[in-house]
Design a protein around this ligand. Structure first.
Ligand code: AVJ
Length: 323
């Protein structure tokens, strides 16, 4: 009993310290001249479900096209990467993308990494039954901030798997730094298998981030509900409008929330007045050319890249090794 209550106390202390950091970060973003909100606040319970729904939308081609590339070229990817690697899956979520490649990659160990360890452990329990011969080591880690792989990783070539164009949430400079950290963790014989969305027609991009059913709008607006819960603010989602625009100069989709009318948002210890039409910047999703992406990989210490794309050249998957 004593042990349990002490552990509970410790957990809640950690939780409240983390919550205090989150509140400070949220308030700073809301008070900035150009108000902003980190895209990580999209992913509460409902937000994660809305993201899954986005992946099933006609307009959101990324998930579907990437899956097609894995299905078509998985064997070539395995030929490039080799079998028997230690497969480190960054942002594994439900582990479905990596699991689809187990047959060709035949990893000697599977190491899924995600912020939410609880969810990951449940997924891995089910996955372990389907693949009893692959040892699995789930890791709960916010790898965007810190990158410490656990002891228990097997020796052997490390293959870092980072699909879904998740890298696109970083600025190109942050992306290079992040890839550099992966390169460091990969070691001399390590490699990366990474998926990234390609630059294309603005209409196609904007439709992918502003779908007809309004799912992406709900996903964006839901961040306000999440912020209300974390910060104690009084955002009224109905008073805001979803905006998605392709900024070609910066080569990124920007998502914003735009105030439909003048509004004052209050929270314990602060408030912000928004004029009608004023925006909160909620996400950047950078798009690359194949050339630009290869340069980024090289800058970060990955070379001899082999890349695969779909017939419409919408999406790119690259394998590159540490150099
Ligand atoms: C999860 C960051 C890859 O940028 O396409 C989807 C998130 N935002 N629709 C993306 C997202 C709006 C997604 N990533």
């Amino acid at each position: 009993m004593a042990r349990i209550s002490e552990k509970t106390k410790q957990t809640s202390r950690e939780f409240s310290a983390g919550a205090e950091d989150a509140r400070a970060e949220l308030a700073a973003g809301l008070l900035a001249v150009q108000a902003r909100l980190s895209p990580k606040y999209f992913y509460n319970g409902l937000g994660s479900k809305l993201f899954e729904a986005i992946c099933a939308l006609d307009e959101y081609y990324l998930t579907r096209v990437e899956a097609g590339i894995f299905a078509e070229f998985g064997a070539e990817m395995a030929a490039a990467a080799g079998t028997g690697t230690v497969l480190v899956d960054l942002g594994a979520g439900n582990c479905a993308k990596a699991a689809g490649l187990f047959g060709v990659l035949q990893p000697q160990q599977y190491v899924p990494v995600d912020i939410s360890l609880g969810f990951l452990q449940e997924t891995v329990a089910a996955l372990q039954t389907a693949f009893p011969r692959i040892p699995m080591l789930p890791v709960g880690m916010d790898f965007a901030n810190s990158f410490a792989l656990p002891a228990g990783l097997r020796r052997g070539k490390r293959l870092f798997f980072y699909p879904g164009s998740s890298l696109g949430n970083f600025t190109p400079l942050q992306a290079a730094q992040f890839l550099g950290r992966i390169r460091h963790a990969a070691g001399e014989d390590g490699a990366i298998l990474i998926g990234i969305d390609l630059v294309k027609d603005a209409g196609v991009l904007e439709a992918a981030y502003d779908d007809a059913l309004g799912v992406t709008a709900a996903f964006n607006l839901n961040a306000l509900r999440h912020v209300n819960a974390l910060l104690g603010s009084d955002f009224v989602p109905r008073a805001w409008r979803h905006v998605a625009i392709f900024n070609r100069e910066q080569s990124r989709i920007e998502m914003h929330l735009e105030a439909r009318m003048a509004a004052t948002v209050r929270w314990p210890g602060g408030e912000r007045r928004f004029a009608a039409g004023e925006r909160i910047h909620t996400e950047n999703s950078y798009k690359y050319t194949q050339r630009g992406f290869l340069e980024l990989l090289e800058t970060s210490g990955f070379g001899e890249a082999v890349c695969w794309t779909d017939s419409g050249e919408k999406f790119l998957v690259c394998y590159a090794r540490a150099i």
